[in-house]
Design a protein around this ligand. Structure first.
Ligand code: HEM
Length: 977
C-alpha cells in the first residue's frame, strides 16, 4: 500500500503541512489521492490510518458493521471528555444508548420544531437589522453568529432551554451555561489534537475546564429535575415532541440495581449517561450545522445566480412563514443543500476500526484486525467517476441534482453524514434546520461578495471545515459578506410561536445619525428607538409577539417616510481612537445597505510559522508542567524524609487475593449460603458480619468461617410490613446490638432487635398509602411515602450510629442530604446538605455511604454523584473535600468514579468503595492521592484479585478489609499482613 515515509512523532503531519502550514485535511487528502491512489496509508502523528477513497470500498465498509466499528481514535478522545456519549461508545453499551438516542430525531418529532427554528432565525435577522442601522457596529462575525443561532435553536428544541446566545452579543454577559459550554467545546477540540497522555494531564490541570464541566452538569441536572417535576400525564404527552422528555423517560428506575447487571442486560440510561448524551447532542448538533450555514452564506455571496434562483423559488410565498411541507416542496432549495453537502461537507471524513481481518471488495487491499480506515468525504464528492453531467465538480452547481442519475449518485458518493450503522443520527434534523434557516434568510436578506480580501474562497480547518476568510472569530473585524435586506423587511409574520421558558427582549434601534460629515444623511433618532421588552411564556403564541411586530412595522414605516436614496462617504471610523478604516455605506429605497470595508491589516505570511513556533513553545511549557508534576511529589517525599511513608506502608498492606467469606462467586440466590447483590457489609466483634442482602430483601448474619448465614432482618419477600424489607442497602449495629437497616425502597430506616421477627420504623414515614388503582400505586404501596419533610426520607442508602449521643445519621440519597435522628424522635434535623444537589461545598449530590467519626465529630460522606468523599463537621454549614474532585469522575489516583461507601481507621486513614472503578482506594490521613488496596482499577471480574462494582467496605479490629462485591454476589475478605 502506498505510503509517505513517516517522520518521528509527527508521522506525515509536518511534511504535508497539517502541522505548521495549516493545510486543511480535505485538500490534503484530495492531493494525496491523486498522487497515491484510492487506498494509501497516512500517519496521523503516531497513528496509522488507511485512507480509502474508492466508493465501492466505502460502501463495503459501511455495509459490514460487524467488521468495521467506530474508530478507536474517536473513542479514545471522547473517553477523555465525555465517556458516556453515543459517539464514543461501541458494543452493547452503544446498542443500549442508540436505541434511546436515535428515535429522538425521528421526523415526526423534529418537524414539530420548525416554528422554533424560524423564530430564532428572525431574532438573528433583527440583530442584523440593528447593525445596519448603526454604522459603528456593523462588523459581522458570521461564524460566531451562526454558531450562536444553532446553539440557541438546539437549546430550545432539545431541552426547552433558552441558551440566550442571540440575546447578548457582548460575550462578557453571556449566560453561565453557554459560557461553560463554549469553554468545554473549545477545550475538547484542543485536546483532540494532543497526544493522549498530554491531553489527560492538560484536562486535569485545566481549572477553567473543570469548573465549566461542573457548571454544565449542574444545569443539565436541573433540566432533568425540571422535567421530572412535570406530572406523569404531561410527560407522556411531551414525549411525542420533546427530546428532553424522551431522554428523561429513559432514566433507569433503579440505577444502583442496573449498575450491578452486565452490559447486555442493562436497560435505560443512568443519570450520568443522560447528562453525557445531552452534552454530546449539544456539541454534535451545533458545530457542523453552523459550519454548513456559514458555507451557505459564503456560497450565496459567490454564486449570485444561485441566490436569485432561490429567491425566485420563494417569490410565491412572499414573506410568509413556511410550513415543513412547503419547505420540503422547494426543489431548488433541496438541490442547493445537497450540492452544499457534496461540495463542502463540513466534516472532513470518518473513521472505522477493524474488528477482524478483511479484504476491501473493489481494490482488494488486505486489512488486519485493529487497522483504522479513514474515509475522506471530499474525495468522493469531487471524483468524476461517481458523478455524471457536464458540471464542473470543483464548482458549486445545484443544478447537477436536477439530473436523475446524480440524484442516485448523491445517495452514495455524497456522504457528509457518514454511513452504515454509525451514520449521523441528527441528519434529518440538520437538513430541516438548514432549510428553514436558509428560506428565512433568503426571504429577508441578500448576501453579496465583500471582495477577495475578506471573502476569499478556500478552507480553514477547525473541528469542521470552514470558509477560509469568513474569519473574525478572533478579530471580529472583517466584514466578509455584504448583507443587504430584501424588500419589505418590516413585514415580519404574525402569530408566531416562541418556545421559550424565559423572556425574550427585542429592542430595535432606528438608524442613528449616520455620520456628521455625511453628504446626505438620514436622521431618525439620536436615541435607540426602543420597542420595549416583551416576555412570553413557553409554548405560547401571543399577542405580545403581535405587539412586537406592530412596533417593528411602525418603526419601519417611520424609516420609510424619511428614507430616500442616500449615498454616504465616510473616511474614518474611530476604532480604539485610530483612523483605520475606509467605508462606503450606501442605502436605497428598499433599505438595502451596502458596506465596503477595507479589511483590517492582513496578517503576515509568517502567520503559519508563528503558530508553529507557538505550538512548540506550548509543547515545551506542557512538558515543563509534566516534569514539575512528576518531580514535585518525588522531591517533596525526599524532603520530608521517612516521616510519613515507611511506617504506614509496612503496617498497612493487604493481600491482593481476596477470600470469599459469604456468598458464592457469581451465583446469586436466596439460600442461606447465597447472596443477591449484597450492598453493605458491617463487621462486629468478635467476628461477625452483617450483610445488607439487597435483592433478597433481608439482612444476613455470618460468623466468619461459616459458609452459610442466618437471616436476622426481613423475611426475604419485599413489602412494607414491619416484618419485611424492600431492597435494604445498608446496615449497622447500635450500642444495644440492634440491627439498623436502611430499608431503601420503603423510604424508611428499620431497627431490629436480636431474635425479633419484625422491625420498628425509626425514621422516615414509610407508611402504606391507600390503594385506589392497584396498578398505578403499586410501586408506592410497597415503597412507602417518600418526601423531603423532616420526618421523611427518599431512598435512604446509608446509616451510621453515634453511640455517644445515641444518634443516627442517615444518608438521604435522593434528597441530597444527611439527616440526624435522635433515638425515639419522629422528626429528624438536617445534619449536612439539604440545599439541593450540586457540587458546591454547601451541597451534597446523592450521598450514599457514610461514617460518623465520633472522635472528631465529623461525618464522612461518600458523595456519590459528585464523585467525592467529603467531611462535614457537625453543626457546620459546609463540607471540606477529602478525596476525589467535585464533578469529575476518573480512574487515576486522585479521582473516583461513583464512590458509594467510606470508612475510617483509628489512624484517620480513609477507605473508599470506588464502585465504578471496581476498586477499594486507601487515602492515607491528609493525602489526596489514593492507593488501590483491593481490585484492579477499571477492570471488573470474578477471580480473587478482581471486584465487580463494590458498593460497601468495612474493616475489622485487625484492619482486615471486607468488601461487598456486589456484582459478584459475594463478600470478599482481604487480609492485612
Ligand atoms: C450539517 C450537520 C451535520 C453534519 C455534517 C454531521 C455529520 C456527522 C458525521 C460525519 C458523523 C459520523 C458518521 C459516521 O461515522 O459514519 C456524525 C455522527 C453523529 N452526529 Fe452528526 N452531523 C450533523 C448534525 C448533527 C446534529 C444536528 C446532531 C444532533 C443534534 C448530530 C448528532 C450526531 C451523533 C449523535 C453522531 C454519532 C453517531 C454514532 O456514533 O453512532 N449531528 N455526524
Amino acid at each position: 500500500m502506498p505510503v509517505l515515509p513517516p517522520q518521528f512523532l509527527f508521522g506525515n503531519m509536518l511534511q504535508t503541512g497539517i502541522v505548521g502550514r495549516q493545510i486543511p485535511m480535505n485538500i490534503l487528502f484530495l492531493q494525496l489521492k491523486d498522487k497515491l491512489g484510492d487506498v494509501f496509508q497516512f500517519w496521523f502523528g503516531p497513528m496509522r490510518l488507511i485512507v480509502v477513497s474508492r466508493l465501492e470500498d466505502v460502501q463495503h465498509i459501511f455495509a459490514h458493521r460487524h467488521l468495521y466499528d467506530q474508530g478507536d481514535m474517536f473513542i479514545n478522545i471522547l473517553n477523555l471528555v465525555n465517556p458516556n456519549a453515543i459517539i464514543g461508545l461501541k458494543g452493547p453499551k452503544f446498542k443500549r444508548h442508540t436505541t434511546i438516542i436515535s428515535p429522538l430525531f425521528r421526523r415526526a418529532k423534529i418537524s414539530a420544531h420548525a416554528d422554533t427554528i424560524i423564530d430564532c432565525t428572525d431574532k438573528l435577522l433583527n440583530r442584523w437589522r440593528n447593525y445596519n442601522n448603526n454604522p459603528t457596529d456593523i462588523h459581522l462575525n458570521l461564524i460566531e453568529q451562526s454558531q450562536q443561532l444553532l446553539l440557541t435553536i438546539l437549546g430550545f428544541v432539545a431541552f426547552d432551554y433558552d441558551l440566550q446566545t442571540l440575546d447578548e452579543e457582548d460575550r462578557s454577559n453571556e449566560n453561565e451555561l453557554t459560557h461553560a459550554l463554549c469553554i468545554n467545546f473549545k477545550t475538547s477540540i484542543f485536546v483532540a489534537r494532543l497526544p493522549m497522555f498530554i491531553a489527560r494531564i492538560y484536562l486535569v490541570l485545566n481549572y477553567e475546564y473543570r469548573q465549566a464541566r461542573m457548571t454544565i452538569d449542574r444545569y443539565l441536572q436541573q433540566m432533568i429535575d425540571q422535567e421530572l417535576r412535570e406530572t406523569a400525564v404531561t410527560r407522556t404527552q411531551r414525549r411525542k415532541t420533546s427530546l428532553i422528555a424522551s431522554l428523561v423517560a429513559s432514566l433507569q428506575e433503579d440505577e444502583l440495581f442496573e449498575a450491578t447487571k452486565s452490559e447486555e442486560h442493562k436497560k435505560g440510561l443512568s443519570q450520568i449517561e443522560v447528562m453525557g448524551e445531552m452534552l454530546a447532542l449539544l456539541s454534535a448538533g451545533y458545530s457542523p450545522t453552523s459550519a454548513a450555514l456559514v458555507w451557505f452564506m459564503h456560497l450565496m455571496s459567490k454564486y449570485p445566480q444561485v441566490q436569485s434562483k432561490l429567491k425566485n423559488e420563494l417569490v410565491e410565498y412572499n414573506l410568509q412563514r413556511l410550513s415543513v411541507e412547503q419547505i420540503d416542496s422547494l426543489t431548488y432549495l433541496d438541490c442547493v443543500i445537497r450540492e452544499l453537502f457534496r461540495f463542502v461537507p463540513p466534516i472532513v471524513g470518518t473513521l472505522r476500526t477493524l474488528t477482524a481481518d478483511d479484504r476491501l471488495s473493489a481494490t482488494g487491499v488486505q486489512l488486519s484486525k485493529g487497522d483504522q480506515v479513514f474515509i475522506p468525504f471530499y474525495n468522493l464528492g469531487r471524483d468524476s467517476r461517481y458523478w455524471s453531467g457536464s458540471f464542473d465538480l470543483d464548482q458549486f452547481h445545484p443544478e447537477r441534482f436536477l439530473i436523475e442519475s446524480n440524484m442516485n449518485s448523491n445517495k452514495t458518493a455524497s456522504i457528509a453524514f457518514g454511513g452504515g450503522h454509525r451514520q449521523c443520527i441528527g441528519q434529518d434534523f440538520a437538513r430541516l434546520e438548514l432549510k428553514a434557516i436558509c428560506v428565512r434568510l433568503m426571504q429577508h436578506m441578500s448576501f453579496g461578495d465583500g471582495g477577495p480580501d475578506v471573502n476569499e474562497s478556500g478552507y480553514k480547518q477547525t473541528d469542521t471545515i470552514l470558509p477560509k476568510h469568513i474569519d473574525g472569530y478572533v478579530t471580529k473585524k472583517p466584514i466578509v459578506i455584504k448583507i443587504s435586506r430584501s424588500n419589505n423587511h418590516q413585514s415580519l409574520q404574525t402569530g408566531s410561536t416562541f418556545k421559550s421558558k424565559s423572556s425574550v427582549h427585542i429592542i430595535t434601534r432606528a438608524a442613528n445619525k449616520i455620520h456628521p460629515k455625511a453628504q446626505k444623511s438620514i436622521e431618525l433618532s439620536q436615541n435607540p428607538y426602543s420597542l420595549g421588552n416583551f416576555s412570553w411564556p413557553s409554548h405560547h403564541s401571543l399577542g405580545n409577539m403581535q405587539q412586537c411586530y406592530d412596533a417593528h412595522s411602525t418603526l419601519h414605516n417611520h424609516y420609510q417616510k424619511l428614507n430616500h436614496p442616500v449615498k454616504l462617504l465616510k473616511t474614518s471610523t474611530i476604532l480604539s481612537g485610530e483612523m483605520n478604516d475606509i467605508r462606503e455605506v450606501s442605502s436605497n429605497e428598499n433599505g438595502t445597505i451596502y458596506d465596503h470595508h477595507r479589511p483590517t491589516k492582513k496578517k503576515t505570511k509568517k502567520n503559519g510559522v508563528h503558530r508553529f513556533i507557538i505550538a512548540i513553545i506550548l509543547l515545551l511549557i506542557i512538558s515543563g508542567i509534566i516534569l514539575i508534576a512528576v518531580l514535585v511529589p518525588v522531591l517533596t517525599k525526599f524532603g520530608s524524609g521517612t516521616k510519613t511513608e515507611l511506617p504506614t506502608t509496612h503496617v498497612l498492606r493487604w493481600k491482593s487475593n481476596g477470600i470469599t467469606v459469604a456468598g458464592l462467586t457469581g451465583l446469586q440466590g436466596n439460600t442461606s449460603y447465597q447472596l443477591m447483590q449484597p450492598k453493605k457489609v458491617f463487621w462486629k466483634r468478635p467476628n461477625i458480619l452483617y450483610i445488607a442482602d439487597y435483592q433478597n430483601n433481608r439482612v444476613q448474619r455470618y460468623e466468619i468461617g461459616s459458609s452459610s448465614g442466618t437471616t436476622v432482618a426481613g423475611d426475604g419477600s419485599f413489602g412494607s410490613s414491619l416484618n419485611q424489607l424492600y431492597y435494604p442497602s445498608y446496615v449497622t449495629i447500635d450500642s444495644n446490638d440492634e440491627i439498623v437497616v436502611a430499608d431503601t425502597y420503603n423510604n424508611r430506616v428499620q431497627l431490629w432487635s436480636t431474635g425479633s421477627t419484625s422491625g420498628i420504623k425509626i425514621a422516615g414515614t414509610g407508611n402504606k398509602i391507600k390503594s385506589i388503582c392497584l396498578m398505578l400505586v403499586f410501586k408506592q404501596i410497597f415503597s412507602g411515602v417518600a418526601g423531603n419533610s423532616l420526618n421523611q426520607l427518599q431512598l435512604p442508602t446509608g446509616v451510621s450510629y453515634d453511640s455517644n449521643s445515641n444518634t443516627l445519621y442517615i444518608a438521604d440519597y435522593t434528597n441530597d442530604r444527611v439527616m440526624r435522628y435522635l433515638y425515639g424522635a419522629s422528626n429528624g434535623t438536617i445534619a449536612a446538605g439539604g440545599n439541593g444537589f450540586g457540587i458546591t461545598n454547601i451541597k451534597l449530590w446523592r450521598p450514599a455511604g457514610l461514617y460518623f467519626d465520633s472522635f472528631s465529630n465529623n461525618l464522612l460522606i461518600a458523595n456519590a454523584n459528585a464523585q467525592t468523599i467529603v467531611q462535614w463537621p457537625l453543626n457546620a454549614s459546609n463540607w471540606t473535600l477529602v478525596a476525589g474532585c467535585a464533578g469529575t469522575s476518573g480512574n487515576n489516583a486522585t479521582l473516583l468514579n461513583y464512590p458509594m461507601d467510606v470508612v475510617l481507621d483509628p489512624m484517620g486513614n480513609i477507605y473508599v468503595a470506588d464502585r465504578n472503578n471496581h476498586r477499594i482506594q486507601l487515602f492515607m490521613n491528609g493525602q489526596t492521592q489514593g492507593i488501590t488496596i483491593a481490585g484492579v482499577t477499571s477492570m471488573f471480574g470474578s477471580n480473587d484479585t478482581l471486584l465487580n462494582l463494590p458498593f460497601g467496605v468495612t474493616l475489622d479490629n485487625q484492619l482486615n478489609l471486607y468488601v461487598a462485591d456486589t456484582g459478584n454476589h459475594r463478600i470478599q475478605q482481604f487480609l492485612r499482613y
